[in-house]
Design a protein around this ligand. Structure first.
Ligand code: GAL
Length: 417
């Protein structure tokens, strides 16, 4: 919660100290899960911007990629009647909180600044509830990427794989070269992140039918059996210690050349950059084979909670900062994502960032842009978690592919209620 300082006290203090007082004195408490090196560096851009405007940043980090732990922590705060000012949140989670009547209203600032015209409809569906702006989108990530160590790729023939068969051939060569072909962390959301791409590789119609529309016939289909077969095949290239490993440690394996590649959203690029690596020189970014031209996206948004009048000023300022084109460029260059606005120049972005921006626009134009199941943009948490459970059990060898497809359809039906 915002800890208000009395403006008068602050003013007189400022005058005594001999520096210009901010126009208001306030604090924002921000709950987020950006705790890895790359994520923290990106968050720092926002923190510094607010601090330069006289707003104190009260950090509430809750570690855990994908944000499940952060959402649990948030529940406790809301239940106690003491929500933070702003909370990093994804897709359907935002809508779920809005339904509970606890979120704030950014409509005035959004209208004044014309967000409607520059923020894509795919994001607005989550930023708004009941016609009101309730969240400020900070980025657009996507999950169907592969991050490859350049030296390891060169040693495996030098050609980035464009098809499933080429991918397997490269993985085999990396194995023969004595490295762990895939850097992966065995956590449900990470398994599900690979699953997003493997489903999308079966075709955009299939992704939509199974992951978005939850068509039982698509969920329990021969194609879904093939998806699970592909997951089982990829599992063969993961090292023995993968269980429970954090995603950024898996990125570090690729950065250090201990692993050949990682299947991960473009927040992974933040780790490569933080380690001083350059795209095209030290690492290569490609779309998962078979998904070229299509994008499974997730957008981090700062969902705002109801606060008092004085605190509202700082909250609005934070939202306005987040949507400013300069900030969108500075932040997303570091984070690995594309801007949440369509009018931000791509000049400051590296080649992977330029590709992210171009792919997003192209996929959107061609009807090939879909919400990521793994990151809460395809369905509400109940359905997502039901899918996580089956995907992870199968990945860990607890059931075969046919049983997994049947279990997926069943689990989704039960979660839908
Ligand atoms: C995603 C989030 C990203 C990144 C990732 C790993 O859900 O959208 O910004 O933080 O989790 O922590």
């Amino acid at each position: 919660m915002l800890r208000k300082l009395l403006i008068g006290t602050m003013l007189s203090g400022a005058l005594t100290a001999g520096y210009a007082a901010p126009s208001f004195a306030d604090e924002v408490e921000v709950l987020h899960w950006w705790t890895s090196g790359g994520e923290a560096a990106a968050l720092d851009v926002l923190k510094k911007k607010l601090e330069s405007q006289g707003v104190t940043w009260k950090d509430m980090p809750v570690a855990g990629g994908g944000g499940e732990a952060a959402m649990t922590a948030l529940r406790a705060r809301v239940t106690a009647g003491d929500p933070p000012t702003a909370v990093q949140a994804l897709g359907f989670d935002i809508t779920d909180w809005a339904k509970q009547g606890v979120v704030g209203d950014l409509t005035d600032i959004a209208t004044k600044e014309g967000w409607d015209k520059v923020i894509p409809a795919a994001l607005q569906q989550f930023s708004k509830y009941d016609g009101k702006w309730i969240a400020a989108p900070v980025n657009v990530h996507s999950t169907n990427w592969i991050w490859i160590n350049k030296k390891a790729l060169d040693a495996a023939g030098g050609k980035a794989p464009e098809t499933w068969d080429e991918l397997i051939a490269v993985l085999d060569k990396m194995k023969a070269n004595g490295i762990s072909p895939i850097g992966h962390g065995g956590q449900a959301w990470q398994d599900a992140t690979i699953f997003d791409a493997v489903v999308l590789a079966e075709g955009t119609d299939f992704y939509k039918q199974s992951m978005i529309d939850l068509d039982p016939a698509a969920l329990n289909s021969d194609k879904m059996v093939e998806v699970f077969d592909h997951m089982a095949k990829l599992r063969e290239y993961v090292d023995a210690d993968f269980s429970g490993r954090d995603w950024n440690l898996a990125s570090a394996m690729v950065i250090e050349g201990k692993a050949g590649m990682q299947f991960m959203g473009d927040w992974a690029k933040g780790e490569f950059l933080k380690a001083g690596q350059k795209p095209g020189v030290d690492f290569v970014c490609i779309r998962f084979p078979g998904t070229q031209g299509a994008v499974t996206f997730n957008s981090d948004q700062f969902m705002m909670f109801k606060v008092g009048d004085a605190e509202k000023k700082a909250q609005d300022l934070m939202a306005s900062d987040i949507e400013s084109p300069d900030f969108q460029s500075a932040f997303n260059v570091v984070k690995g994502s594309a801007p949440a606005r369509t009018d931000v120049p791509n000049t400051a972005f590296d080649d992977c960032g330029k590709k992210a921006i171009a792919d997003l626009a192209e996929a959107d134009k061609n009807g090939k842009l879909f919400g990521s199941m793994a990151h809460g943009h395809a369905n509400p948490a109940a359905v997502k978690n039901a899918m996580y459970d089956v995907i992870t059990r199968h990945f860990n060898g607890e059931m075969d592919s046919k049983a997994a497809a049947a279990a997926l359809a069943e689990a989704v039906a039960a979660a839908k209620g």
